[in-house]
Design a protein around this ligand. Sequence first.
Ligand code: NAD
Length: 363
Amino acid sequence: MKAKITLLPGDGIGPEVTAAAQEVLEKIAEKFGHEFEMDSQHIGGIAIDETGVPLPNETLDACRGADAVLLGAVGGPKWDDPNASVRPEQGLLGLRKELGLFANLRPVQPHPQLMGASPLKESRLAGTDMLILRELTGGIYFGQPSEKHVNANGEEEALDTLIYSEHEIVRIAKLAFEIAAERRKKVTSIDKANVLESSRLWRKTVTKVAADYPNVELEYLLIDAATMHLLSRPSDFDVMVTMNLFGDIITDEASMLTGSMGNMPSAALGEDLNSLGKPRGMYEPIHGSAPDIAGKGIANPIGTILSAAMLLRHSLGLSSEAEAIEKAVDAVLNQGHRTGDIAKEGEIRLGTAEMTEKIIQAL
Ligand code: NAD
């Protein structure tokens, strides 16, 4: 098959891990007889440096014209001035909004060989296999007004708006139930319905959607309790669905179940279909640009490589190819190969290029 993939390497370790995933995709194309046209565009800090804006029109056009987008990471100390009017994150948030990517999928499945890397006891982690579904284009990250002003007492005051409309909740809830129906048939909806009006609408709407999925169990948790249950009974969860802000926080907490953020992939899907009739998604590792290790060639590429596997599965409909990548990563970890972030004391630490090479060999 022929497919167009736009690569957005971004900042920090972004270019290093994106290059690794590109090599893996090239290997897949060769092995399975596909043609992937991959072109790179700027986003984030590098785009600000080159063009003055974090999401240049050229980048946006390329993403709209592609079947899928693979992103590294954006941001870094160089662009961290809180008073700056243009910031790297605006590029990412803008792209999610422009492409209508309302759903963020984050699988959390600690690898049996790496359970020791998690601060949680292995006995608690055993059997954990969940998918967190985070609403991505609504809520407090986009609500207006969002502003700072001087109040009547002469002091600075700032406000953000947490707003959700019914259709935004319906589409993410439907996706949660559909995914759960193909998995262990359980949805946990997370909100703060005891305090927030927007959460009460969330809960009422999720309950209505649940009526169409009688075979899927629905449980509710308040976000504060959910952060606790995630550590005390992680293997009880199947699909967790929640709003943008809570999802942002709980997915980072969940990343610690796997021991390293470097291993975790994610997908962002919207309603738009690509030239193959599949959702045009954006795929990225959950970690950031890791400025502390950028340029050293030691970043763990697995999160981005597994994001490329999700890209093949969800946007190109290539499940066997996706599985081939996942099995290759499994095999390499089973053989004991580790990058610095997942190595135990005394274990050999592979660099980004060496780890990528091992995965390509396993393919
Ligand atoms: P981070 O995820 O970049 O790094 C946190 C820690 O994890 C660091 O010690 C880093 O070295 C390590 N780490 C992360 N990815 C790794 C990998 N693949 N291999 C090995 N180690 C890895 O988070 P941060 O330090 O809070 O943020 C750094 C910058 O990244 C900030 O500018 C932030 O805004 C940005 N950020 C971007 C995204 C994104 O692009 N989606 C997400 C989160 C943070």
